[in-house]
Ligand binder design. Structure first.
Ligand SMILES: [Zn+2]
Length: 202
């Protein structure tokens, strides 16, 4: 895997490359397309070189540019489990945010159960798994080499008691998949083994 972080404004946007396919994980605050393009340029990438896009959850800092990127030819992988969250995203947006509403009909619809086959077809060894807790639509992208892109899945001790068990179960899914390094939506990457112990999973 080749990994480039083109993030800005406290959020990570990861370009993951495997077998000459590039997948963008998470996609900008609304109205910031020029910033994303500049970020890509700085890292020697052009938007035309990004083949696919998926978002870890439909919050403004992670999914604000989905439709604009689709309009530029990036194919959006939308998991069926995320579908209900798409219309809700619009309700979070401020009137002058520049947000372009997502048209789900031209996204690539996929169930998490079929994500491994789909990713393999396009060049990635891994899968997308539902990891709810931060939001119901939260997913993680897990690559077989032991890395996971987890969006805003927080440590169980940092969420309210009502969500702690859901979050713990989501982390346990990642532990069982053999994840060793976490690439979060905000902040630096971290090794998971020590934390899994802190989370009470091992
Ligand atoms: Zn976030």
């Amino acid at each position: 895997m080749n990994l480039i972080n083109v993030g800005y404004d406290s959020t990570n946007y990861y370009v993951v490359e495997q077998n000459r396919t590039r997948l963008l994980i998470d996609a900008g605050w609304p109205g910031t397309l020029p910033k994303l393009l500049a970020g890509l340029r700085r890292k020697g990438l052009r938007l035309e070189e990004i083949d696919y896009l998926c978002v870890t959850h439909f919050h403004p800092d992670h999914a604000g540019l989905v439709q604009e990127l689709k309009d530029q030819g990036v194919k959006h992988i939308l998991l069926d489990e995320q579908l209900p969250a798409v219309p809700v995203l619009k309700t979070y947006m401020k009137p002058n945010s520049g947000y372009v509403d997502i048209r789900v009909e031209d996204s690539l619809h996929l169930a998490t159960t079929g994500s491994r086959a789909c990713l393999q077809r396009i060049g990635f060894d891994g899968e997308m798994v539902c990891t709810p807790g931060h939001s119901d639509d939260s997913i993680s992208v897990v690559l077989d080499e032991g890395v996971a892109f987890t969006g805003d899945l927080h440590p169980p001790m940092l969420v309210g008691e009502d969500k702690a068990e859901t979050v713990r179960q989501s982390w346990d899914i990642l532990r069982r998949l053999g994840v060793r390094t976490i690439y979060p939506g905000h902040g630096p990457a971290w090794p998971s083994r020590v934390r899994f112990r802190q989370f009470g999973l091992i």
